[in-house]
Ligand binder design. Sequence first.
Ligand SMILES: *[C@@H]1O[C@H](CO)[C@@H](O)[C@H](O)[C@H]1NC(C)=O
Ligand SMILES: *[C@@H]1O[C@H](CO)[C@@H](O)[C@H](O)[C@H]1NC(C)=O
Length: 142
Amino acid sequence: MPPSAPDARTLTGCLLLVLLSVSPSIQAPAAKEESQITSLLQPQPSIGQKVQVSCVGRTVHPESGIMYWLANGTFVDQLYPNGTVKEEATEEKGSKLTRKLIFSPLMAQHLRTRFDCFITDPSGVFQKTIQWDRSNPKSCKS
Ligand SMILES: *[C@@H]1O[C@H](CO)[C@@H](O)[C@H](O)[C@H]1NC(C)=O
Ligand SMILES: *[C@@H]1O[C@H](CO)[C@@H](O)[C@H](O)[C@H]1NC(C)=O
């Protein structure tokens, strides 16, 4: 570090240091260049109802990136040949991918099965697991 750095830069550096030490877990905030799954995947476990869970994400390789769901590590239509759980086709809008998983209806046993949404593209494999929101069963948020 050259000690001759202008004051403004030194100040900015200090500010950054302060921010970093306050929140050590902050990473590059605008990581626009990475593929990722952006939806929370924390639906309400409304047993007996039709439940749709949308996986939304983006890929930096729209020409080849794909999105899919797995249930317990298996393709959904293999684990549920009768279609009580099924995935819809992927909707693609540029780099944005959306794919719905539909429970018709949601059953208690589904809560014991692991459902993962994946994006696979040349930059890697990106995964998020459904975490059923058991905190407030009466709330109406989606
Ligand atoms: C579909 O299959 C699951 C087990 O794979 C079973 O629990 C469920 O009752 C079946 N549903 C219908 C409508 O047959
Ligand atoms: C998924 O695995 C869990 C245990 O790891 C099991 O209880 C559950 O029945 C499995 N789901 C299906 C649909 O086989």
